[in-house]
Design a protein around this ligand. Sequence first.
Ligand code: ATP
Length: 524
Amino acid sequence: MKTEHKTPVSLETLTALCKRRGFIFQSSEIYNGLNGFWDFGPLGTELKNNLRDAWWQDMVRNPPLGPDGEMIDIVGLDSSIIQNPKVWAASGHLGGFNDPMADCRESKSRYRADHLMVYVPESGEGTAFAFLEGEPSVAEKRIKKKAKSDPSAYKVVPYNELDPALIPTVWGPDAQEPGTLTEPRQFNLMFKTFIGAMAGEGDENTAYLRPETAQGIFINYKNVVDTMRVKLPFGIGQIGKSFRNEVTPRNFIFRSREFEQMELEWFCHPDEATKWYDFWVQTRLDWWESLGVDMRNLRRRDHDEDELAHYSTACADVEYQYGFTAPGFGELEGIAHRGNYDLSQHQEASGTKLEYFDQETNEKFIPHVIEPSSGLSRGVLVLLNEAYTEEFVPKGNTEGGPLLAEPGTRPPEGYESRVVLKFAPRLAPIKVAIFPLLKNREELVNKAKDLYADLRKTWPVFYDQTGAIGRRYRRQDEIGTPYCVTVDFDSLEDDTVTIRDRDSMEQHRIPITELRSWLQSKLV
Ligand code: ATP
């Protein structure tokens, strides 16, 4: 059970750890990168796959019991990334999937106008100072230096709600003088591509990379109903890549231009939609908690009426306290009550009937939909934030357990610092590390390698024979390996090994013949 509440880790610390230990790299790094794109390294790929598989197992293959304790059915799908462009016209993405953006004529920077905030003088006189949401310090320094004033004499207004007459007075975040920002303009977030060998930029060849996985589900609703003998209510789940040409990709993998989503469309009778909406909001919060996320770092935020799309009657976000939002929260997942909007739109645009016929009641209707939609890449960021822990541990790895440390502080006498990623064993990229005590004793190395060869048939296992044992433990702590197994001289005599627990740092001996079943019971 968690008692102490950790201070959230800064984005800089986390990004550096992810690069150093092979979790996440800047995409195209040897060519100076590409803004908004990231590559998952060997450990990041394992972590992401584990989160993906946990969702698939807990949502599609073995979903939770429904609100009345009944079994529910969800089936999986893997639809294509490029779909007929009419899909995006019908879904509303071609016409309405826009973000307001503003350009800086001087620095050539581009900003999401709704993420750009402005300090506007309360007096109505003088220059206004813009800053990116959550980063007011540059603007505050300028207020003091250039306007010889105090930020308390200013009010904060989002740039896209600013009186247009004031735009020439605004000093952009990266500009050397005021008045360089353009008025906000709408910008469509879908990436365009062109289909076919002779494809030019003509409209008839234009297609789009999907900005969400959800529409692939709606356009296959009839295929699934016709082939899978599913009965309402039921769900279709899908995990896959989505692409959004974000105006300002930022905060590491929180907002990127290529990312993965895990989406469920739950189809039900209109009269039951509210019951299912409540069920899914609670179920999704519980799921994140089941992965080890501290509930103090999660919250439910219900959308206000003016935030809802015209067809939606309710929407709630699961929000997480990321290091860069703390003490505030940022979105992790959205659960939307979408009514029958999507199926109705596709029925009308395609001319294909998407009604459900209930054989028991002889009723024909378009089902209502509840959509829990979460980011897989953003989920990985949550797991990393949540797992990152700095601790003080007794020197020499002997007496006493670890103490939670305030990040960046020095250890007390007799202690040293360690960084440990406390992933739930189910999610940890490497499950077990195998060490021979000494690398220059053939008997130890052979026995350890035999063990390694056996265990890797079942789990991701790491073999390490270099350096002092304490250093090898630290390397595994920093990538979140829950168990380290050491083969020592006693192992040669009695066929036992020591297992060291990542979190408590306690060690115990166990016969090698029992190791597999012991690990099996822990790695769930
Ligand atoms: P925002 O308002 O932050 O742009 P959104 O509300 O449009 O996001 P949804 O369309 O509801 O997001 O997408 C569902 C989920 O997909 C989000 O909760 C998030 O986890 C993930 N997601 C959306 N956009 C991105 C992105 N650019 N990078 C990474 N994950 C994203």
